[in-house]
Design a binder for this molecule. Structure first.
Ligand SMILES: [Zn+2]
Length: 420
């Protein structure tokens, strides 16, 4: 067969249709991503309103770094991905309270977990997913429940029989994730343990014997008797699925975190009533004040807690570097964005522009406009916003290393007014 040069570049109608469909699907998935991002900014604003005393959260994505030349918020476009992002804004780095920061941190963590799982598989290892919880009631307060959970976890991991069970299936370590949902039985804190084990045939059945040990730990921690939902262990497919979905919030993305704990259809009815913290936040935005109060309780209880806990030595055994803190992950992600050669500064929103954007809670819309229509798209959106009635406060801080400036309205103590 004679191949003419350039033939491969000519598309047959079928492959043209295929690539057109692919382009359509790409555009649709980009639009979904934009909607989700807008959703996170909107939710973040609600969190800021519910928790005004959290200063870092209050500044996140609002406070602008002050500089003499061209003061304002920069918008960059990553040409490789087509995604726009802000720069020169404060970030709170709160993985529990802030939907925007949580998304960025968990993206990194998920990628790292996937690497860990892949490295382990390359060495012939297997994964198990163990889920642990305990009885709780409608009116239990979350702080107390978390204390109880920590106590029971300490008890079970201190048991020699527990360690021996794990070691018998070639356990080299685990990653523990702390999560909570709220349902008709109140707060439901639980942990998922990703167990890195050897190529053992009956690993699930062997580790399932830990049920009784967990039951004893829960009992000894004064938390009562576990029922059939208190302990669960599953094989590698579930572990992989858990890792693939780690931290993915169902905000406009169609995935319900509540599904992850047990996948049995029996529990479907209950899952409906079960909400993640960011779903509570969403409901509070839609007028559910009780959901708002629950979200505040959750943030206060989870503040300072670790999202993931790697058992000592596991990272080294897998050949991974030292674990990064939430702060390091975000600082590195920002530095990386800034370094990217294909990232281009589209323009800078000055103080007036930024106040306008904030007064319409339109940060996500601005980025979407930048992605769809470039800088002219951003300017056009700003003109449209000017014609609309503001829905929010446009107040924000200018922040310099030593002096804070303030723009608009309220008069803070010890701060200077914004120049110009
Ligand atoms: Zn944040």
């Amino acid at each position: 067969m004679v191949r003419t040069k350039g033939k491969s570049a000519v598309s047959s109608p079928a492959s043209f249709e295929k690539s057109a469909a692919k382009a359509g699907a790409d555009e649709a998935s980009k639009e979904r991503a934009r909607l989700a991002k807008s959703g996170r900014y909107t939710l973040q604003r609600q969190a800021q309103k519910l928790l005004p005393e959290y200063r870092g959260l209050a500044s996140c994505g609002r406070t602008v770094g002050y500089r003499e030349t061209a003061p304002g918020v920069d918008i960059y476009l990553d040409k490789a991905t087509g995604k726009a992002h802000f720069a020169n804004l404060a970030t709170c780095k709160s993985v529990w309270a802030c939907p925007v920061c949580a998304h960025r941190v968990t993206e990194e963590r998920r990628a790292e977990l996937q690497t860990a799982v892949a490295l382990h598989a390359m060495k012939g290892g297997k994964m198990l997913l163990m889920s642990l919880t305990f009885p709780h009631e409608r009116n239990d307060d979350l702080k107390g429940l978390l204390k109880g959970l920590a106590k029971a976890l300490n008890k079970v991991t201190a048991m020699r029989r527990f360690r021996r069970l794990l070691e018998s299936v070639g356990w080299i370590g685990s990653v523990r994730a702390l999560e909570v949902t709220h349902g008709e039985n109140g707060w439901h804190p639980h942990v998922h343990l990703l167990l890195f084990v050897g190529p053992h045939e009956d690993a699930v059945d062997v580790v399932a014997q830990a049920h009784d040990l967990w039951a004893k730990a829960v009992h000894d921690a004064g938390l009562g008797q576990i029922n059939e939902h208190g302990f669960d262990v599953r094989g590698g497919d579930y572990a992989a699925e858990y890792v693939a979905k780690f931290g993915k919030e169902p905000i406009q993305a169609g995935w319900t975190a509540a599904h992850e704990l047990t996948k049995s259809p029996v529990k479907k009815g209950r899952q409906k009533a079960s909400r993640t913290p960011f779903q509570l936040l969403e409901d509070s935005m839609n007028g559910d004040d009780q959901a708002g109060a629950l979200f505040v309780e959750y943030v206060n209880a989870f503040k300072g807690k670790r999202q993931l806990y790697w058992s000592p030595g596991l990272r080294k055994k897998l050949g991974l570097g030292a674990e990064k803190s939430d702060e390091e992950i975000l600082a590195e992600a920002e530095a990386q964005e800034a370094r990217k050669a294909e990232t281009e500064l589209m323009g800078t929103l000055n103080g007036d522009d930024w106040g306008l954007v904030l007064s319409h809670n339109a940060r996500g819309q601005v980025l979407a406009a930048a992605e769809r229509g470039g800088w002219p798209g951003v300017r056009q959106l700003l003109e449209e916003l000017k014609g609309r009635r503001p829905t929010d406060s446009g107040a924000f801080w200018w922040e310099a290393p030593l002096v804070k400036y303030y723009q608009d309205g309220m008069k803070p103590i010890g701060m200077m007014r914004t120049p110009g």
